[in-house]
Write a protein that binds this ligand. Structure first.
Ligand SMILES: [Fe+2]
Length: 263
């Protein structure tokens, strides 16, 4: 509530939410968005948390239900739907991950990243189909789970979902007038330079799920893009990346953050 109260006191041209506003099974999303009093364009991106559901299908939530619910509240659904302003446009996507940020030093085989559980946790839970002779003592000492594994049901692999998001971003770029400057927003981290520093092995296991440089490569290829915003990793960083100004807002579970500035 404190963040929303502070947001409501700010005068700005555009308000952009970069994801993880709320889960979406109940009306928490509506109750959060309704408290935001901003008279200009309000742009909404999903995070992975909006796709957490007790239902059978997160993908249907993502492509059919959430866009309608967000638009019914007067917000602009940004995924595959660019916001075209006066000389400046905004594109965006939830992005996703393909485990490419997983640190090699952990020695964790790919199947554990797909299952979203570390070798130590899999052994502890008796998941014998995962545990095998290829595991090192170091990897078996890692205890971690990525909760998208329990709560997100996409009906396709993470790599395929990421590929679909990249197609959507390319399509969004093609719909922006050629003389516009573009601000891009992606919930997951599109550049390794916007990741948090290395941490413990359990935290580093989770780097697999923070994003993908493939998103950044796409954004760098369009020279109309001047700014890229992301979130998801709970660690704020601003960095020049090629011609881009990269900003990881860094909002977390306890400490909420926003970024305000001229672009
Ligand atoms: Fe997230």
């Amino acid at each position: 509530m404190d963040l929303i109260r502070r947001l409501n006191q700010i005068e700005a041209d555009i308000l952009l939410l970069v994801g993880d506003t709320s889960t979406a099974d109940d009306d928490q999303l509506e109750s959060a968005l309704e408290k935001i009093e901003f008279s200009g364009p309000r742009l909404f991106l999903c995070g992975n948390h909006e796709l957490w559901t007790r239902r059978a299908d997160s993908h249907d939530l993502f492509v059919n239900e959430l866009p309608k619910r967000v638009q019914a509240l007067g917000w602009h659904w940004l995924e595959e739907n660019p916001y075209v302003g006066k000389g400046v446009s905004v594109i965006g996507s939830v992005g996703w991950y393909d485990y490419s940020y997983a640190p090699a030093y952990l020695g964790v085989p790919h199947r554990f990243y797909e299952a979203k559980i570390s070798p130590g946790a899999a052994q502890h839970l008796g998941l014998d189909h995962l545990v095998g002779p290829d595991l090192t003592p170091e990897s078996l000492s890692i205890f971690a789970r990525w909760n998208d594994g329990k709560n997100v049901k996409l009906g396709r692999s993470d790599e395929v979902f990421l590929e679909e998001r990249l197609v959507g971003l390319r399509e969004s770029l093609s719909r922006v007038p050629s003389d516009h400057r573009i601000v891009a927003a992606v919930h997951h981290v599109p550049f390794s330079g916007l990741l948090p520093p290395r941490h413990t092995p359990a935290w580093d296991f989770a780097r697999a799920y923070l994003g993908s440089e493939r998103i950044g490569e796409l954004l760098l290829s369009d020279h109309r893009i001047t700014h890229v915003f992301c979130g998801h990793s709970h660690f704020p960083i601003e960095k020049k990346i090629g011609q881009l100004h990269g900003i990881n807002v860094g909002s977390g579970y306890r400490l909420k953050r926003f970024w305000i500035g001229h672009i």
